[in-house]
Ligand binder design. Sequence first.
Ligand code: ATP
Ligand code: MG
Length: 416
Amino acid sequence: MKQSILPFKTRKDAPKDEVSLNAKLLIQAGFIHKEMAGVYSYLPLGLRVIEKIKGIIRNEMETLGASEVSLTALQDKTLWEKTGRWDDEVVDNWFKTTLKSGGELGLGFSHEEPLTALLRDHVSSYKDLPFSIFQFQTKFRNELRAKSGIMRGREFLMKDLYSFSTTDEEHAAFYDRVKNAYVRIFDKVGLGEVTFPTYATGGSFSKFSLEFQTITSSGEDTIYVDREKKVAINKEILSDERCAELGLDRENLEEVTTVEVGNIFNLGTKFSEPLGLVYKDEAGNRIPSVMGCYGIGLGRLMGTIAEVFADEKGLVWPKSVAPFDVHLVALPDAEGTVMAAAEVIYETLSAKMPIMFDDRAVSVGAKLADADLIGIPTRIVIGAKSLVEGNVEITDRKSGETTTVALSEILNYLHG
Ligand code: ATP
Ligand code: MG
């Protein structure tokens, strides 16, 4: 992509009305636009990061054998009344609206009810189970506080996966596979080192839920990590008894501030019973399906990655989620020979890898500051002086290390 065609500009300074680091940097670098508190639009660079994250998650969901759907955001009140979750006293972050023809609708904050109800038409025998279903879908939550940028939006994209099993044992086996898939997802996006499966409050059907918590100073949660065992326990449920139960030694636990990037829940028959998602076993008994749900917030994950890796110059994307692999920067020259040479490099490289080409007519300082701010992992700078010698300068955004590379060797260098 040529940067000159991008209508969205970077800003010289971070927006003053944002408190969170992710929103400050992502707005300044032109990845997102703030519509109002807790409501953000994704611009081309931000959308590319979301799509990369989506690709990583989708790949793992397909490996689990889950089928992808896309359910509607508009919710039928009667279904939520059956599970007791329509009540604002029970769910405090509903967005609700009314139809012109009369009657109320909800904007989905989660999708257990509609998906469970939908499946009644498709499940009758034990032979129809087990299976799992996922989607990337927009959720609406009337969050009281919206100071964390895209890490806590009032409208946000979630990957939600739901599993449907015949027995607790069958459910437990799938739950373990999802847990491992989540570990791989957070590894792949670069957060493996700082993300911990964390025991937390479980709800009515199991003792614990498992949150995936990432260490970051801006987080809203406090957990206690055992770095060696690579697990943690949420402060909400911390007690010496619980530690013993989970095989953790209180002495080895370290208190850290974190953000919940994902969580997995055992739902038991909490939804299948009231909504009537039952199957017939071999003897013909009608038995409610055992369910699990497994969420990851894509915006929250992107905001967390932005915060964890940022430095004083701006964003630093791990390659797996970067909007482009390479940022080609042509420095201004009066004769236009640099731009012509850069065009040739751009044509050659763009056939091989996602590359952004800074072909804008702006100053050297502005180009380099923008490249730092945007944070694409590898930068190729081509200027009049190095071009005469037949070279370019290639810089690694993370380490700041610069290498002089011959024009003919660029591809070898990038692939090496
Ligand atoms: P939290 O405890 O942070 O309020 P939650 O426990 O309500 O989140 P879930 O309902 O389990 O979250 O949602 C699944 C995932 O969706 C979370 O792990 C998180 O990654 C993401 N998520 C939840 N709320 C938001 C939000 N307001 N904005 C962005 N992502 C969110
Ligand atoms: Mg939570």
